[in-house]
Design a protein around this ligand. Structure first.
Ligand code: TRP
Length: 322
């Protein structure tokens, strides 16, 4: 009888202990998930070139400004190195990794992410023509899981710069990549505005970086100067074009400061780092709960003139005082 009682008490005690331990482990798990404030951001960069690297640095700064850094943020970064098949597999990987937000740096990267998911929000990092690239329905009302930042270059100001610095230029060559949707609309706009300003325009496209050398040699034998859009393929092998233009003693007018530094003559440009900062801040807005489908695309289109003094000297071109 006494023993039975004792056993009963012991069993009761054991049950209490099991219940307490069980409860503790449940609450521990609960606090673990609710205190998990780490957000996961997947970033896909299309290719390596100075401007896109600068944009990525800006993205990290923009996220940090909004409180996402250190152990609050896990960045899943991939670079497709200009390879379309890598764009696809890497996009699928970033989706499979269950990132909270995805960022595509440059048009082909944003397009790759767009075809990999219709659910996870995507932020475009520096996409020149989001509508033409079929990424959003309109800039004001994106309408799907994609919004972001557009770097619409100030092409009119670039045409005026060509006329101002090199009034003797009559024919301008354009070189761009036929596989980039971002370049098409820029080339059309340049052609229209340059012809309006009395310039003759010769357009040539390349399927990949391999053809840049021969195509630029042909182009530079036909024109007085070359204009280059925001084209990732040309940007990633820009030194090839610079070499050919140097030998022909003709100026290159690119669309970004990084290409002016690498041997272009002059341009009117948008700050690449700032584009990145705004991209990062937009990603933060979406992480904080804003609806991506109604968040308007942030369009950058006002530029600052930049010059390469060394190139101007070599070509005997006088730069404005400032
Ligand atoms: N706007 C380009 C795109 O839509 C990407 C880009 C940003 C870029 N900065 C650049 C390309 C500078 C060439 C040079 O893909």
């Amino acid at each position: 009888m006494k023993n039975k009682r004792l056993i009963g008490v012991l069993i009761g005690l054991a049950l209490v202990i099991i219940a307490v331990l069980g409860y503790q482990s449940v609450t521990k798990k609960e606090t673990k998930t609710t205190s998990a404030t780490t957000v996961k951001v997947g970033v896909l960069q299309f290719v390596t070139h100075e401007a896109l690297d600068e944009i990525y640095r800006g993205i990290k700064a923009g996220l940090e400004e909004e409180g996402y850094s250190g152990d609050k943020l896990k960045i899943d970064f991939l670079n497709a190195e200009g390879d379309q098949s890598k764009v696809q597999t890497m996009s699928q990987k970033l989706v499979a990794n269950q990132n909270d937000v995805l960022i595509g740096i440059a048009t082909p990267a944003a397009q790759g992410l767009a075809s990999a998911t219709k659910e996870i929000p995507i932020i475009m990092g520096a996409v020149t023509d989001p509508v033409g690239a079929k990424l959003v329905k309109s800039l004001d009302q994106p309408g799907g899981n994609i919004t972001g930042v557009s770097d619409k270059t100030p092409i009119k100001a670039q045409v005026e710069l060509i006329k101002e610095l090199t009034p003797n230029v009559k024919t301008v060559g354009v070189i761009y990549s036929s596989s980039e949707d971002n370049s098409k609309s820029q080339v059309e706009e340049f052609k229209t505005l340059a012809e309006k300003a009395g310039l003759e325009v010769v357009v040539k496209s390349v399927p990949s970086t391999n053809e840049i050398k021969t195509t630029s040699e042909v182009l530079l034998s036909q024109v007085d100067a070359v204009w280059v859009p925001l084209d990732n393929t040309i940007a990633s092998a820009f030194s090839t074009l610079v070499q050919v233009a140097k030998e022909a003693k003709k100026p290159i007018y690119p669309s970004v400061d990084t290409m002016v530094e690498e041997g272009g003559l002059a341009s009117v440009v948008i700050d690449q780092y700032q584009l990145g900062v705004e991209t990062g801040k937009m990603a933060a807005k979406v992480l904080k709960g804003e609806d991506v489908s109604t968040l308007p695309v942030n369009v950058f289109d006002e530029g600052t003139p930049v010059y390469n003094e060394e190139v101007a000297k070599e070509l005997g071109i006088t730069l404005p005082e400032k």
